[in-house]
Design a binder for this molecule. Structure first.
Ligand code: C2O
Ligand code: CU
Ligand code: CU
Length: 495
């Protein structure tokens, strides 16, 4: 992997494009990436009904845990009307089944791999013991694969089998999490093929709040894809050293292109997940009000009315969309104000008419302890930068057997993220609060407890990370999946 002229041009060229696309403000473009254009004519927007992924059901409930089994397999589904797309899906669906867990109630998920490739499944935002965290070399081998002798195992790999039990204690508050493949070097293409789904955690406190629930609580996984003429997914084959990130030209919500959903003229809770490989969104409702109630890993202390919601890859936003008072037939498009062309919208709501609504947005949502700088026992810097022909952290490529630091369980550290391009920075297991963004304070999208933060070109973002949970080896990385696959990851050991 040497720095090629072509590679460098690709990177700078793509960034130039992103800057132009974002109304002149470099931080407001779709991110760092390159548009993959579909060979298939793009379908008309707002025609397909919004699908909701199936909800996972336990196969066994014991005194201490709920057990689930999910099988990764290849199948064909209809994404673009009239065509078939081969996917790799958890239980053969895309997005995978939605898991609904309860704080403090352990969940054990057995993942079986019937795909032709190895996989590793990560619960993003989960406070998970290291052996269940989906480390990139903790592979589940494809069925029928004969493993190499032990001394040829990838460095850091701990178990190799055709299925694996992931243990999720879920000792964490109610939150909108998601899960996805995390295979070393192949996360980008494997997530693009469909290996991702939503995972909602609830708790007694959240259930006591008068928020919209049941069919007015909509999990919405947003991602972009491109398609070949035959309907198959199109993913850049050159995935080379300088791959800046893959943007698709079709925006999917729950796997459907620019879907439409009928809604009553009432409040809805939207669990927005950006499951895209590289694309950022700035989401705005054409009509009706948007109120932010939750961040990546839990409810905010208080609701925050917002004009729009910025979502970098990996980030989530828990929002209330209020359609109250809108006349039957009103169309409300969820726009993406930093998307060019067909990417300027995500989906459309169509109001059916009035209905009873006993939901409310309470003035206080939860107790969120605010971390202060003085709590930090140490400061560390992580520099996300293109160098030596690849995407790296602190000028070193990812080493699965290495570790950049060893924070102590129970402490808080100040971590400073610096960057050259757009890098959505994600920390496993340990959640954080944003302390500052450049010379300014946190922005609305930075509020509350987080696990992913949008770091923009030449920006310094400081976060206070609390190492609560488990000891062991975890990682931080760029959630632009093409950057992640190209070595922009690092391990840390919680002692
Ligand atoms: Cu959502 Cu390590 O990733
Ligand atoms: Cu994660
Ligand atoms: Cu990056």
């Amino acid at each position: 992997m040497s720095l090629t002229r072509r590679g460098l041009l690709t990177v700078t060229g793509a960034t130039g494009m992103a800057m132009i696309a974002g109304c002149g403000r470099p931080e407001d473009g779709p991110g760092t990436g390159e548009l993959v254009t579909s060979e298939l004519p793009l379908p008309p927007r707002f025609q397909v009904e919004l699908p909701l992924p199936p909800v996972a059901r336990p196969t066994r409930v014991s005194a201490t845990a709920d057990h689930y089994t999910v099988t990764q397999r290849a199948t064909e589904i209809e994404i673009i009307p009239g065509t078939r797309t081969g996917i790799w899906g958890f239980d053969g669906v895309f997005p995978g089944p939605t898991f609904r867990g309860r704080s403090g109630r352990e969940m054990v998920v057995t993942v079986r791999n019937e795909l032709p490739v190895p996989t590793s499944t990560h619960l993003h935002g989960g406070v998970t013991p290291a052996e269940s965290d989906g480390f990139p070399t903790d592979l589940i081998l494809p069925a029928g694969y004969s493993p190499p002798p032990p001394d040829h195992h990838g460095a850091g790999g701990r178990h190799h089998d055709t299925s694996r039990d992931y243990r999720y204690p879920l000792n964490q508050p109610a939150a909108t999490l998601w899960y996805h493949d995390h295979r070393m070097d192949f996360t980008g293409p494997q997530v693009w093929r469909g290996l991702a789904g939503m995972f909602l955690v609830t708790d007694a406190h959240e259930e006591s709040l008068p928020l919209p629930r049941d069919d007015r609580d909509l999990p919405l996984m947003i991602c972009d894809r491109a398609f070949e003429a035959d309907g198959s997914f199109r993913y850049p084959a050159h995935g080379g050293a300088a791959m800046p990130g893959a943007f698709g030209d079709v925006i999917l919500v729950n796997g459907a292109p620019w879907p439409r959903a009928e809604v009553a003229a009432v409040r809805y809770r939207l669990r927005l997940v950006n499951g895209s490989n590289a694309r950022r969104y700035r989401l705005r409702l054409e009509r009706g009000a948007l109120t932010r109630i939750g961040s990546d890993t839990g409810l905010l202390a208080a609701p925050a009315p917002c004009e729009d919601v910025l979502l970098a890859p990996g980030e989530r936003a828990d929002v209330i969309a209020d359609f109250t008072g809108l006349a039957a037939g009103t169309e409300v498009t969820l726009r993406n104000t930093i998307g060019a062309g067909p990417a300027d919208a995500v989906m459309r709501f169509v109001v059916t008419g009035p209905a009873a609504d006993d939901s409310r947005i309470p003035e206080r949502l939860g107790d969120v302890e605010v971390l202060h700088r003085g709590l930090a026992v140490t400061e560390r810097q992580f520099d996300f930068r293109f160098g030596a022909g690849r995407w790296q952290i602190n000028n070193v490529p990812y080493d699965p057997a290495g570790s950049l630091c060893a924070p102590r369980l129970g402490t808080v550290e100040l971590w400073r993220f610096t960057s050259d391009f757009h890098h959505p920075v994600h920390v496993h297991m340990a959640h954080f609060q944003v302390l500052s963004r450049g010379a300014r304070g946190p922005e609305p999208a930075d509020a509350g407890w987080k696990d992913t933060v949008d770091v923009r070109p030449y920006e310094t973002v400081q976060v206070l990370v609390r190492f609560a949970g488990y000891r062991g080896r975890y990682m931080l990385h760029c959630h632009n999946l093409e950057h992640e696959d190209m070595a922009m990851m690092a391990n840390f050991d919680v002692l």
